[in-house]
Each structure stands twice: as C-alpha cells, then as structure tokens.
Write a protein that binds this ligand. Sequence first.
Ligand code: PEP
Ligand code: MG
Length: 746
Amino acid sequence: MPERSDSDSRSLLRRLRDQLATPGGGQDRLDRITHLIADSMRTQVCSIYLFRDPETLELCATEGLNPEAVHQTRMRLGEGLVGRVARTGVPVNTGDAPSAPGFRYMPETGEEIYSSFLGVPIQRVGEKLGVLVVQSRQAREFSEDEVYGLEVVAMVLAEMTELGAFTAEGNGIGSTHRFPVMFRGTCGQEGAAEGRVWLHEPRVVVSNPVGDDPEAELARLDTAIEALRAQIDEMLEGSAGMDKDHRQVLETYKMLAHSRGWMRRMSEDIGLGLSAEAAVEKEQSTARARLEQSPDPYLRERLNDLDDLSNRLLRLLTGQGSDTGAALPENPVLVARNIGPAELLEYGRALKGVVLEEGSVGSHAAIVARALSIPLVIHAARITTEALNGDAILIDGDQGIVHLRPEDSVAAAFRDKIAMQAEAQKRYADLRTLPATDQSGQTISLVMNAGLMADLPSLVGSGADGVGLFRTELQFLTRTRVPRRGELAALYARVMDAAGDKPVYFRTLDIGSDKVLPYMKPQDEPNPAMGWRAIRVGLDKPGVLRMQLQALVRAAAGRPLSVMFPFIATPNEFHDARASLMHEIEREAQMGRPVPSSLKIGAMLETPSLGFAPDSFYQACDFISIGGNDLKQFFFAADRENERVRRRYDTLDVSFLTFLEKLIVRCEANDVALSFCGEDAGRPVEALTFAALGIRTLSMRPASIGPVKHLIRRANLTELHRVIHEAREGGAQSVRPAVTHYLARL
Ligand code: PEP
Ligand code: MG
C-alpha cells in the first residue's frame, strides 16, 4: 500500500474546507466528508461520532458501516473503543479491535469484519466534540504518520463543528454549546441570579482551519511567535517587584514559548495543511488531553500556562483582542477562569453574578464580590470552555450550582426561588427601622462589614446600626501602588460622611497571608497565614501604618474616631499600635489640626493567645472584636482557605463555644465591649447562638442583617441559652442540632 504523503493530506484538508462552501445541509456534508476521508486514508470505513448530549455519543455519518446504524448507534462516554477515545482524549490504534480492552460489539453496524481500528478525538481546547474513526479489514496497526494525519483531520472537523457546519434538522446534529449543562462548584457568596453569560476573556474564533500555502502559514506563525516572546520578555522585565509565584509563571511561559518541540509539532501540522491558528489549537488540545490525565497536580497546573500562552498566540494570529466590541448583555453574569479584584471592581454593580473556574472563598475577588453583594460560585470546572457570550445562565450562590442554558422547567423553579428570596427581602426591608430585640427584651446591635465606598448605600438599605468592620486593605489591594495619604483621608472622610451619626470601626491595613499587594516585596513564607501579616507588618515597617493613621485622624476632622488593629496576638502589640495612633494625634494637635472628638481603640481577637492575656490588656482596650474567620482557623488548626478542611469543624462545636464564653465573661468582668465580625456572625443559626451566649454586637455582610434581625425578633434568647446549656449537659459535641431545632419551631 503506498504511503500517504503531505500533499495527500493537504489536498484532503482543502477538500474538507471546500465542503464548508458547498451548499447542502449538515448531514450531507458529514456523509461526503466520511467518504472523502476513507478515500484519502485508503480505509474501508470512516465514521464520525458526535456528542448527542454530554454523556452520549452517536454515530452521525459513516462510509463503510451499515448506513441503517446512522443515528441509531449510541454509546456512553467511556463505553467501547469509541467511548474510550472520547473519555481520555487520546487515540486508540489497534490491528485487532475485537481483542482490544474495552471493545464492545455493535451488531447493527456490521463492523465485525473490520479488524484494524484507529479512533482519534474531535476536540477543541479541552472541549470534547466527538470521535473520528477509520477501520480496515487488514489486521494492521496504523503508522505514526497515519495517526498524526487523522488527528490533523479531526482538528479541522472540530473547527467545522464549532462553526456549525454539521448542524442539521430532524435526526441530525444540533450545534455545539447548545445543551443545558449544570456545574457544581463551591459557594463564594450566597444569593441567586439569572442573566446572560459575559466571558471575561472570550474564546478566539478560528474561521479558517485550513492553510493553502504552508510557507505563508509558517511565516505567519514565526512572526506571531516572535511577538509572543517579546510580550513575555516585556512582562518579565516589568515583574521585578512581583511575587515569586508570578515570576515563576512568567519563566514557565518563556520556556514554553521557546520550546523547540512545540514549534516543531506546529510546523508539522502546517505542513499537513492546517492554518497557523488551527495548528496552535491542535497542539493546545492534544497537550490538554494529555496533561488532564496526569496524576501530577504540578503538571495539571501547567495546563493553565499552556492555555494562556496558546490564547495569546491565537489572539496575535487572528488579531482578535479580548475586547470583541460586543456590548455587555442585560443582566450580565461574568464567567472567567479567575479574575483580580481590580478588574472585578471595574465591572462593579453592573454584574448580576460571577462564576469562576478557580478562586477561593477567601480570595480578593471573593471579598470584592461579597462587598458588591453579588452571588459568586467558584470552582465551576470547565465552564469557560462550555459557555458562550450571551448564553442563558442561572447561578445559585447558596448551593454553588450553575445552570448553563437551562431547561425551561429548571429556569421556572429557579425563578420561584428568586421570587421567594425577593419576598423575604421585602419582609426584611419592613424591619429596617425596628430594633433587633428578642422576645425577652434583649437588644442586639447589628452592624455591617464594609470595605468599599460602594458598600455605604447598604448602611441605609440594610438598617445596620453602623459599620462594625471597615476592611481598609481593599483600597490597597485594588491599586498598583501604595495610595497616598491625601487620597486615603478623602476616602475615609467620605465613608464617615456617608455613615452620618452611625459609627464606623476602621480596621488598619490587614495584609499578608492571602492578601498580597502587587507592589509589596514578596515574602517567601512557608505558612503565610501564620506569617508576617497585619499588625506585624504595621509595627515592623511603621511607614504605611503611620500614614494610614494620619489619614484616619485627618478624615475624622474633629469627629469621633474608632480604630481597630488586626491580628493582635500579645498585649504589647496592642500597646505599641495604640501608642502609634496616640503619637499621630498628638502631632496633628501640635500642628494645630483638629483631633477626634472622641476615640475608641480596640483589638481584633483572631488568635487564641489573646483569650489568655492578662486583665490589664482587656482594660486597655475600648473594645474587642472577634475575627472569627481567623480565630476559628487557629483554634481548630484548619486553614480557612482549604476547602478540604474548612468545613470539617463546626463553629457551634462546644469547645469553640466554651472559648467564646470565656471571652464574653472576661470582657464583662473588665467592662470592655465585645463584638463578633467574622462571616459566621451573618449566618442566622450561628448569629443567634452568639447572641444567646451574650455577644451584644454582631457585624456581618449587609444582606444578612434582615434575616438575622427577623430571627432575633422571633426568638427568646434566654430560652435559647437554656437550650444550648441542655445540649452541652447532654454531651453534644455541637449545639447546632439543638439550636436549629429550636429555631425551626419559631
Ligand atoms: C476575621 O478574620 O474574621 C476577619 C473579620 O478578618 P478577615 O476575614 O478580613 O481576615
Ligand atoms: Mg482576620
């Protein structure tokens, strides 16, 4: 049998491309294509299997198998040799198909007489579209060149599928990105939203997968690669002050961009007839399929680098930027692999929701989403490959579930849920001006957490009694340089203006750990959450802390001022921080500027050590605020960002509650105000438990104030205290069942 040559391959690819321009429906096109491929590959059979739904493959066209089997033969993902190719994304090549592992006999196809089998995936950048198969009577394995050649053909079919070339009515195939898909991610911020997809980085469209002139395509690829390398060098030059991980990623990019293997494979693809952009995509898809199978997390992470690099190259080749000129749809839901806080802030409140493939609950993007009160789902694997701009999307932040292109029944049920939530919000709005007083007459002060100017309207909307925690680091995180004192003073003054008579507790800069400033010298710390962060940075490098304290004093301009210091672990840290504030106030007074009319200085209790500090520490504080997010992670030694261990320990575990009770008793004994400002304060069951134990101020996200107030007003905290006591006496490890049972009866 004569060998297939490069020119055979190029001529086949051209004939395939011509099919795009030939009139006729998708089914005709598929039929002609299977004929062309079998002819060119000199095989008796060529079949195309496409996905009917995300789990089922269907024989959609064949040359050589029983035509009656078309649209009848189906298999599940992973079933038989075809299903195996689809699942793994890797070719199967055998001279003896019936003996190959996983072979499944499909009597209706009449394939038993064909011994050799070569199946390659039809895939595009991690998106599985189908399987292309050739079969022959002669028992022989296909050569490496033949496998390679068929992969190139499959790439062109993938692009054609993507362009809708095979869409047909009736029994035929619909276009891709059409089926409803559900993604199960993790809750980043509660709430529900319905809208249309807005891709932060839209996919590149390759409209011409076939190249007519390999020389010209190679020259285009060379030019684009040169430009890509220059881009990376520029990024590396600009990354001098950036953290180590960021630089490492850029170094990996550089290595990949200079990889000879990568260049060689793309050049070979072009030699076989692909256009430069289709060659880039082919290598991206093949590497993706290979890396995804890898058990090594480091290699799987390289996938992102490769994707980024390939996308950059594709944008250079096609001239498509990430700004496609498309208008933001109505009710946009942002879909992205990941997004930085500054970019998210730029979209601002226009967004109805955010869905990310990566991210973490404590990430900056999550903090911003929370500040903007928009539902956020993280870890929605592969959504960026499946979603298209403008697709209908529903996001359920509470459950961490996303429905893309939902069925009508799902959408209807979802709308009911949104309507119910809206009704509940209305009920809560009616409570806005009423106090959070329980049935026994105890009043709890409900205040809100904030960090952006954009949060302030919620102060009125939610009925909060003030801002219990103003996270000042957001202004630092969303800039490319340290903000100036004047800028900060103006912002803090606007916050105080907006709050009017209500108090605002400003927390000084809490950076380090997960909150890394892009312009801060990176710290190579093995355990950053327990490392150089928050007040430790402020005291060791006092320049920024002093500047921030000056800005706060100036913003107060003779009004009351409340400042709290984060992550205080020992009394002397508090004393030093306090002294620093007093020093700035004195300096302002010396310069004849107004000083705050009254002053409250407090500590955030985020490490268990402070629970055991001497009474003199408590007496020195005007207030103490429990930073439950951090306190809990240190109490149970469970990283708040690690999804695996984060939920393992219950906030209502009696050991933790015993510790909280100890704090309550000590604060009462020393006459110091106590509040709780971690996320748990906004969860109704937790909030009521804290209140029943005796915490009188709870600081939470604005959206939680309504539900928490509603429950407090119905509950009797004295009774609930008794319920908690009985559960503990009864030996419960967590009081959650008892509290939930009590609240359910209200
Ligand atoms: C906390 O740790 O509970 C807290 C409120 O601070 P942050 O979440 O900003 O670390
Ligand atoms: Mg904290």
